[in-house]
Design a protein. Sequence first.
Length: 332
Amino acid sequence: MTLMTEGALLPTVCAGDELAPGYTVIEHVSRNQALDVYDVWDDGRYCRCVAKTLRPDRLGEKRATARLRLEGELLARFAHPHLVRAYETLETPQTVVVLETLSGETLAAHIEQRASRMPAAELALLGLQVGSAVRYMHGQGYLHIDLKPSNIILDLGVAKVLDLSLARPPGPLRPGVGTRCYLAPEQARGEEATPAADVYALGVVIYQLLTGRLPWEGSTLAELAIRRENERPLPPTSYDPDVPETLSQAVLRSLEGDAGARYSSARELSKALQAGLAGHEPPAPSDEMPTNMMSPRLVIASVLITAGSESSSMVGMRVSMRRRTMPTWLRW
């Protein structure tokens, strides 16, 4: 199979062929500027997995390969209930990062498919879950840098953060690293990135889910910067009077253009969201650990396990059933 990309026909691995030893392709899922993503069958774990590898035209590129390896290393090392899990990173015949398959859908799909906005209480809890994953990453010395709806999956009320391909320690960035409408102003300018950059991006995501729109839009970074400089986003309460005022104010503070006026950490934002969920005023920042943090519901995901070795007919059957069984987030 081939895909038209940037004027060139680039091949993808066909269904039924091996992407790497022990991993049989069920279907090619998506392609971005650097990577191909596949739905694969893992002969060792007897389950479906997600496999990320470099596009054929990017094989051998040092920077792209290093980013993919780092993502695999971080996701295999990190252990958090709201971060996607990596099983392993392979190097033969090319670099492949193998991830768990998640059900549910991305928040981007939720936004696209639903006319109604997410209820404030549900959204505040989602923000707490994503905030806990981001806070954990910050504690491990890394920023996510690319939080956005397509990098967050929601399944039965449980959120998981995806895609650590841009993750890096705090420090200066190249201008514009990340996704345009979710970039903190200092991130767009290529200045020092701190945990406040991830706070900003999460604030944009929450605002978008509360209101059904972005706080600012622009076709270029320059246009977006001008709008942020001259326009204040309407408070979420303007779109939905049922949104608690404390939650609305917490979201607006996370969107401040000056990083110093924002919540300085995911912990502070989480405490404000928690207060908004409870209907109380956000507490002043402190070093004390919250004592009444809501615990997300525990969800047990069932995994289809096939015992014994599989024949080529089994692979064909899985491919034929693909359209009915593929999780929503993979279809996105």
